[in-house]
Ligand binder design. Structure first.
Ligand code: NAP
Length: 502
């Protein structure tokens, strides 16, 4: 990974420029990069969609997004004026191949003005059904011809199964070189997530115990309180397994379980991540009940407010059998991890919005202290907190002050709040800068996406083919279905953030 420098002159085309992602994430991230001095002097952002907008109307809409969503708060008017003079709008239907000539003309104009071949980023912030047609039309209109400086960015979800992911990879790779394709999983851009690598590989003390000899189990839990929030029609085609596990939770698993990379070069780091996915135990269709639990939320209470069941969400069929919760037990079959369960869990409408990785260590081999000295005794845990707390916490036993030998669990904590939050870039800022600089370390390579689908396909197929008969099977505001507790209780484990345990 090269040291960060200002990118070369860039034309940044946002397909889906009028959509939610651009307003909520992309433009606020680009604006913050501008504020922090990371954008080149010569850059242009071209938003596109079917809606008719003038440049001014488009800029005004984006300012609304920045004011509402930027981590730096409302934009300073003068600085926004300067920044937004680089933003343009081009009305276009992505299905219309001729419309792409207008992008070509604009790129040509910038090239002339800047007297330089710009880096051109095609950012596909549109529904997945448009990914192929945009890539094809970009190629037809020769917009992919400036190969060394052209990049294509594909949002999640990347495919809805192994076959569709392979097809999309094949199409993209027939037009672009793999090094030009940036498959975004924004989890990889999060500070704490990147910090897992620093924590593991920049310190000598953790790596020697980071294996099956010392670690009992690993839990990766991403819970959300929100329901569909208007995304019901998309979500009902995906579900928790496709929407969260195949990408975000697998990325976290890879970072926890990967071998140390020889260097922090994109392909080396990505090779180590893919190794983890390739080492995951394949689950046979007849074993799915032992390894996976699905759920769907019923009505319930979230923070004192009554909420409806999934079936009552807008655009969700009343008889939908889509999962809004998934829990998996996985095994990484290699020397380091043999026999250590990795429990993954994610769900909507759960008790808390919380993302946390818990490394549960084994008990001490011999208990020297009498039982009454250690009433609350528990094995060590290392907790990597991603949301809402951002940091790393180590739980261990200590002697309570006083004349008696009494033990209590205590925490040693590193908290990201110690850094100024306004100085901590959002995931999209890190990732957009990486794209402009041509650094693909934090992006998914084709083989990783396909490997992840390959592991999950038996479960995807089984759940698609056999509608659940017990849905809804968890109350909104709970920690998910009881079967998920049973899934891990079989091995004597319990979820780390279950009520009362935290
Ligand atoms: P959205 O709000 O529904 O926006 C869709 C965009 O596509 C709009 O700009 C729309 O513009 C454009 N569009 C639709 N049909 C078009 C056509 N035929 N020609 C040209 N433009 C067309 O969706 P979104 O939430 O921004 O999501 C976009 C992508 O990002 C999806 O793949 C989603 O899964 C992914 N994503 C979104 C988020 C998020 O927070 N929103 C987070 C992660 C990933 P017009 O209506 O003006 O044509």
């Amino acid at each position: 990974m090269p040291k960060k420098t200002k990118p070369e002159p860039t034309v940044f085309i946002v397909f889906g420029g009028t959509g939610d992602l651009n307003a909520r994430k992309i433009t606020p991230a680009l604006f913050n990069l501008y504020l922090d001095g990371w954008l080149p002097d010569e850059f242009a952002i071209i938003g596109t969609g079917r809606t008719e907008f003038t440049d001014e109307q488009f800029r005004k809409n984006l300012l609304g997004g920045v004011d509402q969503f930027s981590r730096k708060g409302k934009a300073d008017k003068k600085i926004w004026q300067e920044f937004s003079s680089h933003i343009f709008y081009q009305v276009a239907d992505v299905n219309n191949a001729k419309a792409y000539d207008k992008f070509a003309d604009r790129i040509e104009q910038h090239k002339k003005d800047w007297e330089k071949d710009p880096c051109v980023v095609h950012y596909l912030a549109v529904a997945p059904r448009f990914f192929s047609v945009i890539a094809e039309n970009v190629a037809k209109s020769k917009l992919a011809d400036y190969l060394p400086t052209t990049r294509i960015v594909v949002e999640k979800p990347f495919g809805r199964d192994l076959e569709s992911a392979k097809e999309l990879n094949a199409l993209l790779q027939s037009i672009f070189d793999e090094s030009q394709i940036y498959r975004i999983d924004h989890y990889l851009g999060k500070e704490t997530v990147q910090n897992i690598l620093a924590f593991r590989f920049a310190n000598a003390m953790f790596e020697p115990i980071w294996n099956r000899n010392y670690i009992d189990n690993v839990q990766i839990s991403v819970s959300e309180q929100l329901g569909m929030e208007g995304r019901g029609s998309y979500y009902d085609t995906a579900g928790a397994l496709r929407d969260m596990v195949q990408n975000h939770l697998f990325q976290l698993l890879c970072l926890v379980a990967m071998e140390p990379p020889v260097s922090y070069e994109a392909d080396e780091v990505r090779n180590r991540r893919v190794d983890v996915v390739n080492a995951l135990r394949r689950i046979r269709p007849e074993e799915i009940g032992e390894y996976a639990v699905r759920g769907q939320y019923g009505a319930g209470w979230i923070e004192g407010e009554k909420v409806e069941s999934y079936h009552h969400e807008e655009d969700v069929p009343k008889d939908s059998s889509q999962n809004t919760y998934a829990a998996l037990k996985l095994f990484v079959e290699n020397w380091r991890w043999n026999g250590v369960p990795f429990y993954l869990r994610t769900g909507k409408r759960m008790n808390e919005k919380k993302s946390v990785i818990t490394i549960q260590f084994k008990p001490v081999p011999h208990q020297s202290f009498p039982a009454q000295t250690a009433a609350n005794w528990q094995p060590n845990r290392l907790i990597i907190e991603i949301y809402p707390c951002v940091g790393i916490r180590l739980e261990f036993q200590a002697k309570r002050p006083g004349p008696e030998m009494l033990l209590s669990p205590v925490d040693m904590q590193f908290n990201y709040d110690e850094f100024d939050a306004a100085d901590t870039p959002e995931a999209y800022e890190t990732l957009l800068l990486d794209i402009m600089e041509g650094d693909s370390t934090l992006f998914m390579r084709a083989d990783q996406v396909e490997a992840a689908w390959r592991v999950l396909m038996p479960i995807v197929d089984a759940w698609d083919d056999t509608p659940a008969t017990d849905f809804p099977n968890y109350e909104s505001g709970s920690w998910g279905p009881a079967e998920a507790d049973a899934l891990i209780a079989k091995a004597g484990h319990s979820w780390a953030s279950a009520p009362g345990i935290d």
